[in-house]
Write a protein that binds this ligand. Structure first.
Ligand SMILES: [Zn+2]
Length: 440
């Protein structure tokens, strides 16, 4: 028997190509370390049906546990670890009073390394196995997160923030130097092991025209890199962009005019869009990182799921820590459900538990252009997954024992779940031992 195979037995959740949930109550997951060094799913299905093919394997057996794809966080700021939970009157005061103050500390590599390690511990403890993360405008912050992720063999994407105007001393960068730094960071890290680079203009107001144009040029020279930014989050922000670009059709179109809308371009929020904006996102194959805990916390507004679905705009879920209030995918999915339900400012709809879960796994992977690689457990997908305990708390145990189908089970987990549900996070065949679990 192939010594590169590993087997895991538990209930299994994964998704087909159309985003439909697949489930085995007593399943077998077989992973294989392939010649390129990556562990991928080799087989998945009913334990009884598959066991004869893998007789010599001794599966790790997790009775009463659910194996599901590792969660994918489409938008998070690792340097905002110490900003989470800061009170402010809205997005712009929150940025100046808290965010920029914390981010200025990341010129120090020692501080950056320390926060990067804590940040990755926290992601894994919550079952998040891939993130598209902002660093800061300082190159040491990028090196720190890539190095920490590489040491843990994670698939992770980050980039140096570009912000050469309307930003205080300590976080503001220099136009030409910022573009040179971006190029050299791409050459150093993009495609190394499981790492990817994201060109990262903070948002329109903090980037000069020259910087946005330069970012767009780099994006076209390096088409496999990602682009990450923010758009249409808040009405004051939109007014500001309109003053800066009075001739632009919309906030989103400013990015398009600089060549920053394309496949693998991920825009957080996308709340105040019109139909033309959503169509443009769809045409360019750009995607929305829906950040419901952040939008509720900062009072920004409600992402319009009905319109996003209608125009087939790519979208998936994100925590947006530190504007977001939790690393937990369960909290994010629950807030996404509430945002979907809101029916005063837009059409309200009831997102299914399977769809919410998909938006944070296989759907998020698709929105990042990583479908078939992460966020799912189909054969060929990279073997990053979580082992969930549906009975992690007395109330969960009581509630999930009455679930009569998959929807009811998943919805109880979404509503009542948090990091206590995540018993293990498995990265490439290795069971991680999150810090807080060790100390409990
Ligand atoms: Zn953000």
């Amino acid at each position: 028997m192939n010594e590169h195979l590993q087997a895991w037995r538990a209930a299994l959740l994964w998704f087909d190509a159309d985003g439909r949930a697949l489930y085995e109550e007593d399943g077998l997951l077989v992973t294989q370390r392939e010649p390129d060094g990556i562990h991928r799913v080799h087989a998945i299905g009913d334990y009884q049906a598959l066991k004869s093919q893998f007789q010599q394997l001794k599966p790790t057996h997790w009775p009463d546990r659910l194996i599901a794809p590792g969660f994918v966080d489409m938008h998070i700021h690792y340097p905002q670890l110490d900003v989470i939970g800061s009170p402010a009157e809205g997005l712009l005061p929150w940025l100046t009073q808290y965010t920029f103050v914390q981010e200025a500390k990341f010129s120090d590599p020692v501080h950056a390394n320390d926060v990067a390690e804590f940040f990755l511990d926290e992601l894994l403890r919550h079952g998040v196995t891939t993130a598209l993360a902002f660093s800061t405008s300082h190159t040491p912050s990028v090196h720190a997160l890539f190095t920490a992720a590489q040491n843990r063999n994670l698939r992770l994407i980050t980039g140096k923030v570009l912000q050469d105007q309307h930003s205080p001393d300590g976080v503001r960068d220099q136009t030409e130097q910022s573009l040179r730094d971006t190029e050299s960071l791409i050459n150093r890290w993009h495609g190394v092991d499981r790492l990817g680079y994201a060109i990262t203009p903070r948002f329109v107001p903090t980037c000069s025209e020259a910087q946005l144009r330069g970012a767009g040029e780099i994006a076209s020279t390096h088409p496999s890199t990602w682009i990450q930014s923010h758009v249409a989050e808040n009405l004051d922000e939109i007014k500001w962009v309109h003053q800066l670009y009075p001739k632009a059709r919309s906030y989103l179109s400013v990015y398009d005019d600089f060549g920053l809308l394309r496949e693998r371009a991920v825009y957080a929020h996308c709340i105040y869009f019109d139909e033309a904006d959503r169509r443009l996102m769809h045409e360019r194959k750009a995607s929305a990182a829906v950040s419901p805990t952040s939008n509720m916390f900062l009072g920004s507004g409600f992402f319009d799921y009905a319109q996003a679905q209608e125009t087939k705009m790519l979208h998936g879920l994100a925590s947006d820590v530190g504007g977001g209030t939790s690393f937990s995918p369960f909290h994010t999915m629950l807030e996404a459900y509430k945002v979907g339900r809101e029916g005063q400012s837009k059409t309200g709809l009831s997102l299914s538990p399977e769809n919410l879960w998909w938006q944070h796994t296989a759907g998020a992977a698709e929105a990042l252009g990583l479908q078939g690689k992460i966020g799912n457990l189909e054969v060929g997908c990279e073997a990053d997954f979580v082992v969930l305990n549906p009975k992690a708390t007395p109330l969960l145990a009581r509630r999930t024992s009455q679930a009569s189908n998959l929807s009811e089970l998943l919805f109880a987990l979404i509503v009542l779940g948090d990091d206590r549900v995540v018993e293990h996070t498995v990265i490439q065949g290795d069971i991680t031992a999150p810090r807080s679990l060790e100390s409990h």
